[in-house]
Design a protein. Structure first.
Lengths: 322, 503
């Protein structure tokens, strides 16, 4: 009964949203694997791609499948094993996957997929409660140097982007990264709550997670991990401005299956490029507060290789990988 | 704006025919997905998000709220009738509810769950409207050390409540705790007990374990007993609806469940499971016929059901006031808000009062709608139990398997379902209680993480665990739960009366 209901609903929705596009679409059917549970960043990225591709009639039928687990490595493994040479299935992934592959000793890695493009990115921010004695990045650095153990950081799971950023930050100011007192929380809600309640010294997360609290005056954002100041927080200095040489982006990408032909790769890349330039995509990014950090082809491949080796180094420094 | 004026303004928005229709679609869908194990409200809302993009924000948020509340109702129906808890917060309901259903009291069990959910949902939604900002301040002040103390309270009360033999209860509990260790450790990022199987990195899914132990284990033991089984399932014995006595025994657990569920649900790390455990333990303590517990006591359905619905409303407190999503469904609803360019948070009540109050008003409407929908269905639902036993259990097996695969299409997951099903059979065969295994799996990882966070923040000083007044109060309550009956015995020389409260 439920199945029928759901089926009918989905069918009705598809009928409503992809009506006469079929004839113009270059690719007919596309399946996008979101290697995470519904609601998270990768799931939302996959669904945004679905929406943009369909509303611009670039692809007539796009389906999103969630394969959650272990920082995306379970979805990645399934994708690599089951979709070899399949040009109609893509996977969403991102920086978190790079770290998860290393710490989970995943049997598959990103060299086994065909990266298409980096699409979006979010920058990391460090925040403290509004009533904290720490007023600036310089204060935080001083506290960290005095006793790194006394500075507790709230962020996402161990080995994720938040943890890596904290490790890089400590290393850049000359503090032993293994001494960073990092407290991992499973959801953004819980870590934010511990920060608002003053249970930890500082919090580290995507800027968007702190934005509305900062505007309401409950948190003070000390700095962001971007190269330049961000339009949504023009008053917040970058780490670099404070003399801390850390630049990190929690990027999200789309990749195709291993073993596809160069022609197939070209067709997928062109479709994605068209989507990135579409109005629908621009609007979606604005709505979610994601920066367009589109990078494709060999430039992306080079960036990816650089990120993987840098991540390997910092995870070793923190003590999470051998 | 005055709260009541704002709320009546909200009601006029929610009562528009088109929004009523959205609420109706939402509660129908929610009930349906709640009945199926595995497919929960979170996935449903995620599937609907891209579809509702072009609809007006009020309408679709109202629909999401309907799905959210509907899922809670549907979960209890499956728990009571089929012993397959669809959501982790309806596991406790299965304990007494399914026993009642087999004794021909499925009607009253479903009714007390539905009315209890309505009562709790209504009171908790009033709470959401009136005291959300105060509640959230208290909820935020809970640190890891306080959560750990809350878990200790849950452990002590729960172990006192389940099973007749302490040794057997503890054995089951430790089995659950061991299962809870499987997977990546959140604090260190290292895998534990995963034996190189990638699917185990995320640990054991609570609903998989619960469905396997409850439904599959039971199916196996019924099949093993074969013709020797003397138990006869009677679809209806006595009244299909609640009798006067049922009402009398239900209303207090409803209220107590609500007052446990709402504040704990509002805590960022509280959740809906812990209040159901606490409510079950409390009702067993207070019940005048404690020997009925384990054999179908209506209080054991009324209390936990009220608690989980109140917790569902509680979860909306941090979501609406702070923009903190503290459950999977809340995280998706947050994505839904953002889709319309709305940022839940401290400013939402100021910037979009129409929408917030419309949503709160529609929660009342969804709640009423669910009651009206579900009560007449009770008679129909209990007919399910009239299905001949081989078919009924065959159906339960198919249903449990489909639900698990629907949530996570993986062979390893299916294997876990079957292995835990066998475990459930063995536990039953040797008379070990089932519920503590699930409790251990839920509470184990939560308490471990909170304890380690508390110790990390204090740089390893264990005294920090006892320095907050909240934690001390909770430890005192735990001590009372553990030693209270013993003290009473020592002081007066007779056993503590159970069900000491008088009408």
């Amino acid at each position: 009964m439920t199945q029928i209901l759901r089926g009918a609903l989905v069918a009705a929705a598809l009928a409503a949203f992809a009506p006469m596009g079929a004839a113009h679409a270059e690719i007919k059917d596309l399946k996008i694997i979101a290697p995470a549970a519904p609601g998270g960043g990768w799931d939302q990225t996959a669904r945004s791609i679905q929406q943009a591709l369909q509303s611009d009639k670039l692809v007539s039928n796009v389906q999103v499948v969630n394969v959650p687990g272990a920082g995306g490595t379970i979805g990645l493994a399934q994708f690599v094993n089951a979709n070899k040479g399949d040009p109609n299935t893509l996977i969403v992934g991102g920086y978190v996957m790079v770290g998860a592959i290393i710490t989970n000793k995943s049997p598959v890695n990103l060299s086994q997929v065909t990266p298409i493009a980096r699409l979006t990115g979010e920058y990391e921010a460090i925040a403290v409660p509004a009533n904290s004695p720490i007023k600036s990045l310089a204060d935080l650095v001083a506290a960290l140097k005095a006793d790194p153990q006394k500075v507790s950081w709230a962020g996402g799971s161990a080995g994720g982007t938040d943890h890596i950023t904290a490790g890089l930050f400590a290393k850049a100011v000359g503090v032993d990264p293994t001494k960073v007192n990092y407290i991992a929380f499973s959801g953004g809600g819980e870590s934010l709550a511990s920060l608002l309640g003053g249970k930890v010294t500082a919090g580290i997360a995507s800027l968007s997670e702190y934005d509305s609290q900062a505007k309401a005056g409950k948190l003070r954002v000390l700095g962001v991990s971007s190269a330049q100041r961000l339009p949504e927080a023009p008053d917040v200095p970058t780490f670099k401005e404070a003399g801390i040489d850390v630049e990190i982006q929690n990027w999200r990408m789309i990749a195709a299956a291993p073993g596809i032909t160069p022609e197939q790769k070209k067709e997928i890349s062109e479709t994605i490029e068209k989507m990135v330039k579409s109005k629908a995509w621009t609007e979606l990014l604005a709505q979610k507060g994601w920066a367009n950090t589109y990078l494709s082809g060999s430039a992306f491949d080079a960036q990816l290789a650089k990120d993987i080796s840098a991540t390997q180094t910092i995870l070793k420094d923190i003590g999470l990988a051998q | 704006m005055d709260t009541f004026a704002a709320l009546s303004q909200g009601l006029t928005i929610a009562l528009q025919p088109i929004n009523l229709l959205f609420a109706f679609v939402g509660v129908m869908l929610g009930t349906a997905v709640g009945v199926l194990p595995g497919i929960g409200p979170a996935l449903t809302v995620a599937l609907l998000l891209p579809i509702t993009f072009k609809l007006d924000p009020a309408g679709s948020l109202i629909m999401f709220a309907g799905i959210y509340y509907g899922g809670m109702y549907g979960g209890s129906t499956a728990s009571i009738l089929l012993n397959t808890p669809g959501e982790s917060s309806s596991i406790v309901t299965a304990l007494e509810g399914n026993k009642m259903a087999r004794a021909g009291r499925g009607g009253p069990a479903l009714a007390t769950a539905a009315i209890g959910s309505f009562v709790a949902g209504t009171i908790a939604t009033i709470g959401l409207a009136l005291v959300a900002p105060t509640v959230v301040d208290i909820a935020i002040s809970f640190g890891p050390e306080d959560y750990f103390a809350l878990m200790v309270l849950a452990f002590t009360t729960v172990s006192a409540a389940f099973g007749s033999s302490v040794t057997r209860g503890l054995t089951s509990l430790f089995l659950g705790l061991a299962l809870g260790l499987i997977g990546i450790d959140l604090q260190s990022g290292q895998a534990r007990l995963s034996f190189g199987i990638p699917d185990l990195l995320d640990g054991v899914e609570v609903t998989t374990l619960a469905v396997a132990l409850f439904a599959i284990g039971e199916t196996l033991s019924v099949a093993a007993a074969g013709a020797r089984a003397d138990e006869i399932i009677e679809p209806v014995k006595g009244s299909v609806f609640m009798t006067r006595e049922d009402w009398k025994r239900s209303w207090k657990p409803w209220i107590r469940g609500t007052f446990l569920g709402f504040p704990i649900g509002a805590m960022p790390a509280g959740g809906a499971e812990i209040p159901t455990f606490l409510s079950y333990a409390l009702e067993k303590r207070l019940c005048r016929k404690p020997d009925e517990f384990g054999n179908g006591a209506i209080e054991g359905v009324a209390g936990p059901e009220a608690a989980n619905n109140a917790a569902a409303a509680g979860v909306l407190v941090p979501l609406l006031t702070l923009g903190l999503p503290t459950s999977a469904t809340a995280a998706i609803m947050l994505a839904g808000f953002q889709q319309y360019g709305l940022n839940p948070g401290p400013l939402l009540f100021v910037t979009n009062p129409d929408l917030v109050w419309g949503l709160i008003a529609s929660l009342f409407i969804a709640n009423g709608m669910l009651l009206i929908l579900n009560l007449p269905l009770v008679g129909l639902w209990v007919r399910l139990l009239a299905i001949p036993r081989p078919w009924l259990y065959g159906g339960i097996l198919v249903f449990a398997t489909l639900g698990t695969l629907g949530a996570n299409p993986s062979l390893v997951e299916l294997g876990m379902l079957l292995i835990f099903g066998l475990l459930g059979y063995v536990l039953r065969r040797y008379d070990y209680p089932i519920a503590p295994v699930v409790v251990g799996l839920i509470l184990g990882p939560l308490s471990e993480q909170q304890l380690r966070r508390a110790l990390a923040i204090s740089v390893g000083d264990p005294l920090a665990l006892f320095q907050s007044p909240i934690a001390l109060t909770l430890y005192a309550l735990s001590a009372l739960a553990l030693f209270g009956p013993l003290l009473f015995f020592l002081l007066t020389g007779r056993k503590a009366p159970v069900g000491a409260d008088e009408d």
